[in-house]
Each structure stands twice: as structure tokens, then as C-alpha cells.
Design a protein around this ligand. Structure first.
Ligand code: ADP
Ligand code: MG
Ligand code: ZN
Length: 472
């Protein structure tokens, strides 16, 4: 029987604010040493009171607008109670009853087509601290406690790992350009809910939740492993599927049970009486809308105008580093469409052979432009340009030096030019005589002969000088 994989995501994103969500401590990125970004409030001292950071609300609303959500005009906070050493208050301030955004939608385009993913809600909450384990002891670092997060919860609308990764890539790109989050390593974490069902069935299967995943590569692998485990359990009755929370181990490539799934009641949620409800009126909402950047779309439009394909545009806007590399070489004078092909086809292909991805690309804009420029000017042909690119990516070679050393550039190969000049002189005695008797025009005939022999690859100025010198 064929099975369909059903996936729902809960994605936590750290917001790029100057201060934490309920106190004035610097955000997570301000921390240098463990516990150097803490105060009585975020370390849970008795009697502390939270004060709402306005910027958090604005960024959460901006994210909601980007994901086509309804924005709640009345939003409140709740306490989620549980004990863990990295949670000094023994409760997390989050939103249960009146989340800030609801009912959104985002379209993901994959090789299998396009699918609308419904966003159930976005809520604001504080992050917990971190435990650092060392031998028999564990240390607590509270720098991350009360760092603002938004959690984006989707409906179970994904049907493949590819859709999940495309969605996450899209979120990342939107949030970066929207100033919501740089989504650096660990700043975007997902809980992946998975179930399977026979193709055509309407009913959902038993779901498991894989907690706290941040690498896209691992997420894709975990989905493949976990969905196959579900299918095997159903098909071959290898085990009984239960709703539970699991963890994914990168080393083994397997998931294992962590705990039975908690229910809402386990957390004894109740409204946080220390925080007033937040009212978002028309004026404030309009202000946030006006400040929402339209950068992602504009950028795509620029690429479109340069003749770059939709598929390449998707890749570019979802990868800031690559987009910047392209922008940089274009600023130096490279044709945008050519540049996109060099990066997305040539560089990507070379990296793939090395078992790497475009994220591992370290070539500088200067080096890449040196190559594209040599090709564009006709100093080397495209396949020679590719050879140079391989040397730069694989061995960190200098493009110009590598080109000269390997005779890829006819312009620099003076002995080749000299040989052609000798040939020109030998086979055009009349032109040589004319030149000697003062008819400078005759030089043109000899020069033309050389250019023809070199198939236009040599630098005209160099050839001319060498020719004149030889004749003299
Ligand atoms: P809970 O409150 O138990 O966490 P939610 O309804 O909030 O449950 O769902 C949590 C996540 O699990 C959501 O992203 C949702 O889309 C996803 N989900 C729910 N049911 C399934 C299922 N059968 N298969 C896959 N994902 C599911
Ligand atoms: Mg949930
Ligand atoms: Zn603090």
C-alpha cells in the first residue's frame, strides 16, 4: 500500500530586538560570557515583574502580516507551568488563549508543484535558559532566558520533507529581509509533527513529535526516518505507534522516544495577571504595516528584470549569502543572468561533486568576478573559465595566476602570439616589404592575419605591440 506523509510544524524564531521580552537586558546576541545578560527579572528573583517590550509585538505583527494572518486586536499572555533547571520561574510566559496572529497562509513551491500551508497561529513567548553539561555537573546559563520568540504553528498541511524545507527556507528569507530575525544557527528551531496514512484516506494517523531541530539537513533526514518507521509499524506491525515526543540523533540518523506527549492540562496554564492585555488599535496596526519592508518582492522583481529564471530567483531570495555574492559581482560589472548561472549552476555543481552545498561556498566576489570577467571579455573561453573556477573552489587557487600557469589565457601566452607573428611575417612577404618602405597601413594586414590565427582570443593591444617590435 502507498502511504502519504502528513506533517505539521511548530517553529520558534528568536526575534532581533535590542532587549529581552520583559526586561531591559540585552538580547541573546549581546551575551559574551555565561550569565552576563541577566537581571533580577529574567533570572526569576522573587517579586520580579515583567514589562512588555513593544518592539516584540511589532515584530510579531510584522511576521503575521508577511504570513497573511489575521492580527488580533486583543492579545494576552498565559503562564505555562513546569519545572526545569533552565526555567528560573518554573513557568514560561507564553500565549495560549489569545495569540497575536491567527489563520494565515503561505504558499510553498517545490518540484512537485505548489501547496498552500495554513498557519494556525503565531504566538509570542520567552525563551528558556541553557544547561551546559560538564562531566558529572551541569551549569545553568540564563543569558537566553526571556529572549523573545515567536512560535509559528502550521496546520498539518505538509506532505513531504521537500515542502517542509522549502517553507522553512522561505520563512528564513522573509524574516531576514523583514528585520525580524537573522535566523542564525540555533535561532530558528522546529518541532516536527509527523503521521502517515494510506493514500486517499481522510483520517489522520497517530502522530509523533520530533523536538527541537535546527539544521534543515537533519530535519529532512528525520522526516524520512520517522515516516518510514510509521509505515513499517503499520505495514509489518513491527511496533505499536503511540503519540509521543521523540528526539532525533544526527549520528545514528534515528529517532528515539523522549517522553509521552504532555497534554495541555499537564502545564496548568493560567492567565498571567502580571501582564495587561495588549490592545492593538487601528493607528498602531497602520504604523506597523507602513514600516513593513517589501524588500523580498522587490529584490525578486530586480532579478526577474535581469532575465533570471523563476527557479533561480527562488534559490537566490532564499539564500542571502548567495544573493549577496551575486549582487557583489554584478556591482563589479558582471551580467546578472550570467552571474546567476555561474553561481547556481557551475559553483553548485562543483560543490555537489565535493559532497557540499552552496552554503559551503567561500569564493570571494573578487575571485568569482575575475573569472566571469575573463570569460565575458573573451580572454578565456567558458570551459577554461570553469576549469579555473574548479581550481579556486577546490584548491583555493588564485584565478589569474592559475589561468597564466596553465596557459588557459591566450592573452598572456606570449610565446603563442610570437609564433603566430612569425607565421604572419613568413607568409606575407609583400606586406612586410610595404611596411618597411613606410606604408604603415600594411601593418593592418599582418595584424588581421594574427587575429584570425588566434581566433580573436589574444589581446589586440599586446599583439599589435609585439608585431611592431618584431618588424622593427
Ligand atoms: P498540541 O496542542 O497537542 O501541540 P496542536 O493541535 O497544537 O497539538 O498541533 C501541534 C502541531 O501538530 C501542529 O503543527 C499540527 O499541525 C500538528 N499536527 C496535528 N495533528 C497532526 C497529525 N495527525 N499529523 C501530523 N501533524 C499533526
Ligand atoms: Mg503545540
Ligand atoms: Zn533581564
Amino acid at each position: 500500500m502507498n502511504y502519504e506523509v502528513v506533517i505539521g510544524l511548530e517553529t520558534h524564531v528568536e526575534l532581533d530586538t535590542k532587549s529581552k521580552i520583559f526586561c531591559s537586558c540585552g538580547g541573546h546576541s549581546a551575551a559574551n560570557e555565561p550569565n552576563d545578560c541577566v537581571c533580577p527579572a529574567c533570572s526569576g528573583m522573587p517579586g520580579m515583574l515583567p514589562v512588555m517590550n513593544k518592539k516584540v509585538v511589532e515584530l510579531a505583527v510584522t511576521a503575521g502580516l508577511m504570513l497573511n494572518c489575521e492580527i488580533s486586536r486583543y492579545t494576552t499572555f498565559d503562564k505555562k507551568n513546569y519545572f526545569y533547571p533552565d526555567l528560573p520561574c518554573a513557568y514560561q510566559i507564553t500565549q495560549l488563549n489569545h495569540p497575536i496572529c491567527t489563520n494565515g497562509c503561505v504558499t510553498v513551491k517545490t518540484t512537485q508543484g505548489s501547496r498552500d500551508i495554513r498557519i494556525k497561529q503565531i504566538h509570542m513567548e520567552e525563551d528558556a535558559g541553557k544547561l551546559v553539561h560538564s562531566g558529572k555537573v551541569s551549569y545553568v546559563d540564563f543569558n537566553r532566558t526571556s529572549v523573545p520568540l515567536i512560535e509559528i504553528v502550521t496546520q498539518p498541511d505538509f506532505r513531504s520533507a521537500e515542502e517542509v524545507i522549502t517553507y522553512l527556507t522561505k520563512l528564513k528569507s522573509m524574516f531576514r529581509s523583514g528585520g525580524i530575525s537573522e535566523c542564525e544557527e540555533g535561532a530558528m528551531r522546529c518541532d516536527v509533527n509527523i503521521s502517515v496514512r494510506p493514500e486517499g484516506s481522510e483520517e489522520f494517523g497517530v502522530r509523533t513529535e520530533i523536538k527541537n531541530m535546527s539544521s534543515f539537513e537533519s530535519i529532512a533526514k528525520a522526516i524520512k526516518y520517522e515516516s518510514q518507521r510509521h509505515i513499517d509499524a503499520i505495514e509489518f506491525e513491527t511496533e505499536e505507534l503511540v503519540q509521543e515526543t521523540r528526539r532525533y540523533d544526527d549520528l545514528t540518523g534515528k529517532t528515539s522516544a523522549m517522553r509521552n506527549k504532555e497534554t495541555e492540562a499537564d502545564y496548568r496554564y493560567f492567565p498571567d495577571a502580571n501582564l495587561m492585555p495588549i490592545i492593538i488599535d487601528d493607528e498602531w496596526l497602520e504604523e506597523i504595516k507602513a514600516n513593513k519592508p517589501a524588500e523580498v518582492d522587490e529584490k525578486a522583481e530586480d532579478y526577474r528584470l535581469a532575465g533570471i529564471s523563476e527557479e533561480e530567483i527562488e534559490m537566490l531570495i532564499s539564500n542571502n549569502k548567495i544573493a549577496k555574492l551575486l549582487d557583489d559581482i554584478v556591482a563589479k560589472g558582471c551580467n546578472a543572468k550570467e552571474g546567476a548561472a555561474w553561481i547556481l549552476t557551475d559553483c553548485a555543481g562543483i560543490l555537489r561533486k565535493m559532497g557540499k552545498t552552496l552554503n559551503d561556498l567561500t569564493i570571494t566576489a573578487d575571485d568569482l568576478f575575475a573569472i566571469t570577467n575573463m570569460v565575458e571579455k573573451g580572454d578565456v573561453n567558458r570551459s577554461a573559465g570553469r576549469k579555473i573556477l574548479i581550481a579556486v573552489i577546490e584548491d583555493g587557487a588564485d584565478p589569474i595566476a592559475f589561468c597564466k600557469e596553465n596557459g588557459l589565457d591566450k592573452k598572456f601566452d606570449e610565446s603563442a602570439i610570437a609564433a603566430v607573428i612569425d607565421q604572419a611575417i613568413a607568409s606575407n612577404p609583400q606586406a612586410v616589404e610595404d611596411f618597411k618602405s613606410g606604408k604603415t597601413k600594411a601593418l593592418q594586414a599582418l595584424f588581421g592575419f594574427c587575429m584570425k590565427q588566434l581566433k580573436g582570443a589574444g589581446d589586440p593591444a599586446v599583439i599589435k605591440t609585439m608585431l611592431e617590435e618584431k618588424l622593427k
